[in-house]
Structure formats: C-alpha cells, structure tokens
Design a binder for this molecule. Structure first.
Ligand code: SF4
Length: 301
C-alpha cells in the first residue's frame, strides 16, 4: 500500500520514527513536498478560517496527498510526556482534515500516547494490524522505528558566531523554512548564530520549569519556557526570537511567562500567519539584530 505522510506539524521532530515504521512493514511511504505556496493555498482553501497557520499548512499537505496514496497518516497526538498534554488541535486533527478536505482516502487516526515505549507500542500494534496480521513483523518494525528515531538529532547549535540568539517556538514553525520565511538563513547572513531547544537537555529544562508557580500543563509551554529561561538566565545567548503562530493559545501564555522571568532581556516575538508580509518581517528582524550588535559594541567599550 502507499501510505501518505503529510509533511506538517510534528513530522519535523518524528520523521525517522514515522517513515521507518511504515517502510519496515513493507509499505511505500509517499511524502508531501516541502511547504510551498501551492500547499499553503490548499490549506487556506480547505481549513476553517480560525485555524492557526501550522494547522492550515497541515491541511494543505493532506489535500496534496489525497489522490496519491491508498491510506493517509493523520496523527492524533495526545501526549508526549506523562501528566502533560499538547494542543487540543492535535487531538481533533483527523476530524478537522477529514471533514474539511473532500475525497480523503482511508486514514490512520489511532490516538498516540508517546510518553513511554509501552504506551507508544499500543499505537504501533493497532496501526500495524491494518497492514499485516504478523505480530512479530509489527514488533520488529516498531523496534526499528524507535532505533531510527534515537539516532536522529534535530536542532541547531551554531558555533563561531560573536552573537547568538535562541530561536524559540513550535518545531513546525522553527523547521519549516517556508512558514518562517527562511529565518535561520537570514540570521546567518546577518552574522547571527542560532540555538534551538533540542540542545538544552531535559534535566535542565525541568530545573528551569520549577521556577514557575505551577507545573505547566502543556508540553510546548514546558519546552519553550524551560529553554528560554535557561539560555536567558545563564547568558548563553544575547537575545531570544520567539516564533509564534497567530491565534495560538499556548503561545499567548508561554510568551508572558518568558517575559516575566527574563525581565529586560532582549526578546523579539514574531507572529506569523498566512497574511504576514515578508518586508515587515525582515524589518523587525533587522532592527532587532542592529540593537543586539550595538549592545555588544557598548559592552566592549
Ligand atoms: S500549539 Fe498553537 S500553533 Fe500549535 S497547533 Fe496548537 S494552536 Fe496551532
């Protein structure tokens, strides 16, 4: 069977697991292409107006794949960590796509609880049984997928830059260069290095999160807050750029937590949606970088 895998949302973080699992089962994986204008237009056409940009983009990838595969993977991610949740839009993603995009093929939509290997295995068994009745093959595919994921190290940690910023936000905003209008290469061209949350270990993030009066309910808030708090208070970077999706509920809370923790630390919040103009986006980045460069020169005087 041809299994369609939309290149959207947490695909950027879990690509090795997803593709290896289906390939080891003996199926052909059909990926949608990198996000581009066509994908975005499809997403805007089919998704509800109120959806955030990443959800619209995911609709676009799913619509692109609908006539190119026999079955499509629409991940219903419920939890990535114990006692934490991710955005409710992930839980209802399959229904949103199936009810908005016409002529969708059969979909894989079993809930994914990925906080332990045991809980994730339940998803693997249910999904594997769609393709084969051979439990050993499913088990082996699952083990191979886990191994592929463990070898994968996403993230950016530039060295040899005099000025470095922390790029904070959801992985699908940070790693989709169409959505973020090539932000990382723009920063590099301006002589600015970048670090992302993957380079701060879980233990350090957990330690920083304890500075909040209450444990965060959302995994995205935990990651972004913990990362920003660590790099800001330890002066690992000269500034923070927070890439935020317009109308994102978790971002609106997380940004306030970070600002509250890092009083007077340079933070630029870039909100993105499908209407964001590149000229205005560039002007804000350039102004922020100028300010950081001037602050560094003043410190050296
Ligand atoms: S966390 Fe925010 S950006 Fe991500 S899907 Fe939910 S609303 Fe959209």
């Amino acid at each position: 069977m041809k299994v369609g895998v939309p290149r959207g949302l947490l695909f950027y973080k879990y690509r090795p697991f997803i593709t290896t699992f289906f390939e080891e089962l003996g199926e052909e994986v059909v990926l949608s292409p990198e996000t581009d204008k066509e994908i975005l237009n499809l997403g805007s056409k089919y998704s509800v107006d109120e959806a955030c940009l990443p959800v619209k983009v995911f609709h676009g990838h799913a619509a692109y794949l609908r006539d190119k595969c026999d079955i499509i993977f629409l991940p219903r991610i419920m939890q990535l960590r114990e006692r934490e949740y991710i955005c409710p839009k992930f839980c209802g993603l399959p229904e949103m796509v199936i009810n908005s995009v016409p002529d969708m093929p059969k979909a894989i939509t079993f809930p994914i609880y990925a906080f332990s290997e045991k809980s994730l295995r339940k998803w693997a068994v249910k999904t594997g049984l769609i393709f084969t009745k051979n439990y050993l093959k499913i088990h082996n595919s699952y083990r191979a997928a886990l191994a592929a994921q463990k070898k994968f190290s996403p993230g950016i940690n530039d060295i040899d830059y005099d000025i470095k910023i922390a790029l904070v936000g959801h992985p699908y905003n940070v790693y989709d260069s169409f959505v973020n209008m090539e932000l990382v290469s723009k920063l590099h061209k301006m002589g600015i290095g970048v670090i992302t949350e993957e380079y701060i270990g879980d233990e350090l993030i957990d330690k920083e999160v304890k500075t909040l009066f209450k444990r965060p309910f959302w995994t995205f808030t935990r990651n972004s807050y913990g990362f920003s708090s660590y790099v800001g208070t330890h002066k690992e970077v000269q500034g923070i750029i927070y890439l935020s999706s317009f109308a994102c509920g978790t971002d609106s809370i997380t940004i306030e937590f970070i600002k509250d923790r890092l009083d007077n630390f340079p933070i630029l919040v870039l909100k993105i949606d499908e209407q964001t103009g590149e000229a205005g986006f560039n002007t804000r980045i350039e102004a922020f970088v100028d300010m950081l460069k001037r602050a560094v020169v003043n410190c050296q005087l």
